[in-house]
Design a protein around this ligand. Structure first.
Ligand code: FAD
Length: 348
């Protein structure tokens, strides 16, 4: 570990959309801050997504504060690479002080400060905002036999496109947007089976990410969130609509066992397959906060707003609705960041 760098008031860990939204408001508040990001290049997790991924909202509803995402030349919903280009331009336009590649290894308490240890020295900060996302912790549920499967298994995070699965038999697992989008394109070239824990719920064509954001906001404000129903899980972006119209978006119940050749259900039915694609989500990437001992049994850090209950000098941005309604989305990052920075300014 090299010598400590100068102390800063606010240190943001993560230069994806959540970290940049925080940077925008910190800049406006004339705060003394830096953003440390582990990636070589701008764009956060979007630079690792499969190329055909489409956002579930049009550009005007997928924007960070201050600058609208440009509508893609092809029209329609922006792709992952459109989003990377937008975020790269965003941090340049607002001259955000992103230092990369710098990986934060640990955050520790040290008297009045938090010490942030990185692979390139340590920083001292009065306030830390952790905005490290989830992409870096793909989640695959355990099923008996999972280690014996002789075909290929991969997670959404490793999926790059349908081409390698041409002519193969593929099981796609998961009932949300990633599974539906991947299934939509795979089903054109491969023999696909879709398995989900509960029947997949496709949103009506006119409903997109904006409606989901508004719903998340209403739920967060309601005294009884359960009283506000869900709209559904899967946004009918054009490739998903097209797959629905081809009749391929029909899901089987979850299998209960994996065999060396495929998957099996409790009624004795089984299916031979060449690959299983786990579109089963991600967990928050919070390993660097382990020394603070803040996580509860469900793996999250309890927060009030975005402030960690057990460490008032730490804020968490993004990750999921538990840090603010839709805070892990492009449209939702803005409001959570604005409220967080307003609170930090008072704290300083
Ligand atoms: P990230 O983009 O993951 O950025 C976090 C940054 O922190 C990364 O650059 C990472 O390298 C860095 N980092 C991590 N750990 C460390 C460390 N220890 N030290 C330093 N840096 C670190 N949202 C939408 O609004 N619309 C969509 O259509 C949409 N589609 C999605 C599709 C998929 C498949 C997924 C997984 C998510 C989707 N989301 C969508 C949700 C969300 O917008 C993305 O997950 C987004 O990338 C979250 O941004 P973030 O800034 O929170 O995290």
């Amino acid at each position: 570990m090299t010598a400590s760098r100068r102390p800063v008031d606010v240190l943001v860990i993560g230069g994806g959309q959540a970290g940049l939204a925080a940077g925008y408001y910190l800049r406006r508040a004339k705060a003394d801050f830096v953003i440390l990001d582990a990636q070589e290049r701008p764009g956060g997790a979007w630079q690792h997504a499969w190329p055909s991924l489409r956002l579930f909202s049009p550009a005007q509803f997928s924007s960070l504060p201050g600058r609208m995402m440009p509508i893609p030349p092809s029209g329609g919903y922006p792709s992952a690479s459109d989003t990377v280009a937008y975020l790269a331009d965003y941090e340049q336009r607002y001259d955000l002080p992103v230092i990369r590649p710098t990986r934060v290894r640990a955050v520790r308490r040290d008297g009045e400060h938090l010490v942030v240890e990185t692979d390139a020295g340590a920083w001292q900060a009065r306030i830390v905002i952790s905005a490290t996302g989830t992409w870096w912790r793909p989640y695959i549920p355990y099923y008996p036999g999972i280690r014996d499967f002789q075909g290929q298994q991969l997670h959404t995070a490793d999926y790059r496109g349908a081409e390698p699965f041409q002519g193969r038999r593929v099981v796609v697992v998961g009932g949300a947007n990633s599974a539906a989008q991947i299934l939509a394109e795979l089903s054109i070239v491969a023999d696909t089976t879709w398995t989900t824990l509960r029947p997949p719920r496709l949103l009506p064509d006119e409903v997109d990410g904006r409606a989901l954001f508004e719903l998340a906001t209403r739920k967060a404000r309601a005294a009884d969130a359960e009283s506000i129903g869900d709209l559904g899980d899967i946004v009918a972006v054009p490739p998903v609509r097209e797959a629905r119209d081809r009749g391929v978006l029909k899901a089987e119940p979850m299998f209960t066992r994996i065999t060396p050749e495929g998957v099996a259900w409790p009624d004795g039915t089984s299916l031979t397959c060449d690959a299983i694609i786990w579109c089963t989500g991600f967990r928050p990437a919070l390993g660097h906060l382990t020394p603070l001992r803040l996580r509860n049994r469900t793996g999250i850090i309890p927060t009030q707003g975005t402030r960690a209950v057990g460490e008032p000098r730490l804020h968490l941005l993004g990750y999921g609705d538990w840090t603010g309604p839709a805070s892990a989305t492009l449209i939702g990052a803005s409001r959570t960041a604005r409220e967080t920075v307003a609170e930090i300014v008072k704290q300083l």
